[in-house]
Design a binder for this molecule. Structure first.
Ligand code: SF4
Ligand code: SF4
Length: 287
C-alpha cells in the first residue's frame, strides 16, 4: 500500500488534510471518498496504481475545446470522489471503493509508456475526482512532463491549497465543474461547499493553467436565469470572461432518475445570459 500525503496523526487515528472535508479517520476506517484508509496511525492511498477506467478520448470530450483541439488523450480514472452529486453520471466508480470496481494494475511509468505507445500527446485525469487519488496522479503527471506529455485535470476543484499548489506546475489544462453559484446547493446536493472551489479556480488561473469551466444545468435545480446570472457575474467580476464556459445538459442518473432532462430552452437561455454578461465563448454540451 502507498502511504498518503497530507494528513496528521491524531492519537487514535489521522486527520486527512487533502480536501476541505478534513475527515477524522479512526484506525481501520476510511474517509468520505472511500479511497483513503488509516492503518497503524498512518493514512494510505488505496487506489494508487489501480485504474478502473482507461480510454482514448478526443480532448473535446473532457470538455476542453480550446486546448490542443483535434487531438486525443489517454483518459485515466481510479475510484473515489469527495463529492456525492445526486446526478452523478459515473456513480458506479465515483461512489465506489477500489475493491468494489474492476481495475487493472499500472505503475506511473506504465501509464506514461502506454500514452507514448499510442501516440497520444496528453493524459487526462478524469471521470471521478482525481484529487482523491492525488498521489497516483502526481507521480504520473511528473513523469509525463519529463517525457514531453501534457496533463489534463477534470475535476470539481474541491481540494486544499497545499496539494493543489504542489501539483499545479504539472497541470497544463483543466476543466473545473462549478455545480452552482450557491453554497446551500453544494451542501444539499453535492455534499461539499462552494468557496474552496472558487478560490481554487482563481489559483489555477493565476498559475497559468489553461482553464475551461463546466456548469451542468439540472432541471429545476440550478437552471434558472438567476442561478446562471450569478455564475456569469462571478466569472466576469473576477476577470474570467475569457474562459470557455460549457453549459451541459442533465440526463436522469443515479439518485435523480425521476427528473426529466434539462429543457433545451434552458441551455439556450443560459448561453444568451452568458454572452450578454460578457463571457466570450460559450458551448452547450449533451445537446
Ligand atoms: S480526500 Fe477523502 S479522506 Fe481526505 S479529507 Fe477529503 S474526503 Fe476525507
Ligand atoms: S464531482 Fe463529479 S464524479 Fe464526483 S459525484 Fe459529483 S458528478 Fe460525480
Amino acid at each position: 500500500m502507498t502511504e498518503a500525503r497530507f494528513y496528521k496523526a491524531t492519537g487514535d487515528g489521522v486527520r486527512c488534510l487533502l480536501c476541505p472535508h478534513h475527515c477524522l479517520i479512526k484506525e481501520g476506517k476510511r474517509g468520505i471518498c472511500r479511497s483513503r484508509e488509516c492503518h497503524d496511525g498512518k493514512l494510505y492511498a488505496l487506489s494508487y496504481g489501480k485504474p478502473c477506467a482507461l480510454a482514448i478520448d478526443p480532448v473535446e470530450k473532457k470538455p476542453l475545446n480550446r486546448f490542443m483541439p483535434g487531438t486525443y488523450c489517454l483518459s485515466l480514472s481510479c475510484t473515489g470522489c469527495n463529492l456525492s452529486c445526486r446526478w452523478c453520471q459515473n456513480s458506479d466508480i465515483s461512489q465506489a471503493a477500489p475493491e468494489d470496481s474492476d481495475h487493472t494494475t499500472l505503475s506511473p511509468e506504465e501509464v506514461v509508456a502506454a500514452c507514448i505507445k499510442n501516440g497520444l500527446p496528453s493524459i487526462a485525469y478524469t471521470y471521478t475526482e482525481p484529487f482523491t487519488w492525488w498521489e497516483y496522479m502526481f507521480d504520473i503527471a511528473v513523469q509525463a512532463h519529463e517525457k514531453g506529455l501534457k496533463n489534463i485535470l477534470v475535476s470539481a476543484g474541491y481540494v486544499e491549497k497545499e496539494p493543489l499548489n504542489e501539483i499545479l506546475p504539472f497541470i497544463d489544462a483543466a476543466n473545473i465543474d462549478i455545480k452552482a453559484m450557491d453554497d446551500s446547493f453544494y451542501r444539499e446536493y453535492c455534499g461539499a461547499t462552494l468557496s474552496p472551489v472558487l478560490e481554487n479556480i482563481l489559483a489555477m488561473k493565476e498559475a497559468g493553467v489553461h482553464l475551461e469551466i463546466t456548469n451542468l444545468l439540472v432541471t429545476g435545480l440550478n437552471d434558472s436565469a438567476e442561478q446562471v446570472g450569478k455564475l456569469c457575474e462571478w466569472m466576469v467580476s473576477n476577470g474570467l470572461q475569457d474562459l470557455p464556459l460549457h453549459f451541459s445538459r442533465f440526463f436522469p442518473r443515479y439518485k435523480m432518475t425521476e427528473t426529466t432532462p434539462t429543457p433545451k430552452a434552458s441551455l439556450v437561455m443560459a448561453r444568451d445570459i452568458a454572452l450578454s454578461s460578457g463571457i466570450k465563448t460559450v458551448y452547450l454540451g449533451n445537446i
